[in-house]
Design a protein around this ligand. Sequence first.
Ligand SMILES: CC(C)(COP(=O)(O)OP(=O)(O)OC[C@H]1O[C@@H](n2cnc3c(N)ncnc32)[C@H](O)[C@@H]1O)[C@@H](O)C(=O)NCCC(=O)NCCS
Ligand SMILES: Nc1ncnc2c1ncn2[C@@H]1O[C@H](COP(=O)(O)OP(=O)(O)OP(=O)(O)O)[C@@H](O)[C@H]1O
Length: 202
Amino acid sequence: MTYVVGVTGGIGSGKSAATAEFEKLGITIVDADVVARQVVMPGTPCLQAIAEHFGNQLLTEGGELNRKALRQRVFSNPQEKEWLNKLLHPAIREEIISQLEQADSPYVILSAPLLLENGLEKYCQRVLVIDAPESLQISRTIQRDDSPKKEVEAIMKAQLSRSERLKKANDVLNNDGSLEQLEQQVLQLHQRYLAATVAQEK
Ligand SMILES: CC(C)(COP(=O)(O)OP(=O)(O)OC[C@H]1O[C@@H](n2cnc3c(N)ncnc32)[C@H](O)[C@@H]1O)[C@@H](O)C(=O)NCCC(=O)NCCS
Ligand SMILES: Nc1ncnc2c1ncn2[C@@H]1O[C@H](COP(=O)(O)OP(=O)(O)OP(=O)(O)O)[C@@H](O)[C@H]1O
């Protein structure tokens, strides 16, 4: 059985920064944010459903999803967010399972912002939480996406609180320091996960 490490954390906590380091070590990453983009590519049933529900103004001229427009719509309206989650989460889950089955590194990482919210931890042997103070999550996201503080806060409200998430962690990576410190912690965790994989095979 593939040893799966679930990686989660709130918006801007550093999941992508951490998984990029695991990837450099040869570990396959299944990333729910990437899958969430794949299931709404032009021609998919999910994109068609979104266009029918919200109207064609949610599409770009090239027929792709206008992500920024949808982001503004759903995070200012809980019912619309609920509708979108109901449409996308089953499709995302199905594609995640298929990618996990195809993965072939010593262990595999499943990175998902909503890992715990959506019960995806049942596919994981361990849960690693990437943790940063909320103020840092906000400032890093604003800098990365150039999005308004209010929108980032609305997204955080749609996710587990920092303390609830930490309660469910098997491992925690403290990402309140430099990127070098993050890299060091990834190296240590990698050694631990490799050892756990070997132990599982015995
Ligand atoms: C609303 C969308 C189009 C906005 O796209 P955009 O490119 O601006 O953001 P991106 O997809 O990179 O998400 C950024 C971050 O927002 C947070 N987030 C995204 N969707 C959700 C959600 N439904 N609930 C809570 N937080 C979310 C996550 O922390 C994520 O990492 C997009 O986030 C989306 O399709 N969301 C629904 C699918 C989903 O739940 N994705 C999360 C992975 S399961
Ligand atoms: N230790 C750090 N020091 C400085 N910048 C950092 C650090 N960790 C992450 N960042 C930066 O903060 C931003 C958010 O990090 P990242 O994109 O990895 O978060 P994420 O958890 O994947 O976010 P999301 O849930 O939105 O996908 C990025 O621009 C990243 O380069």
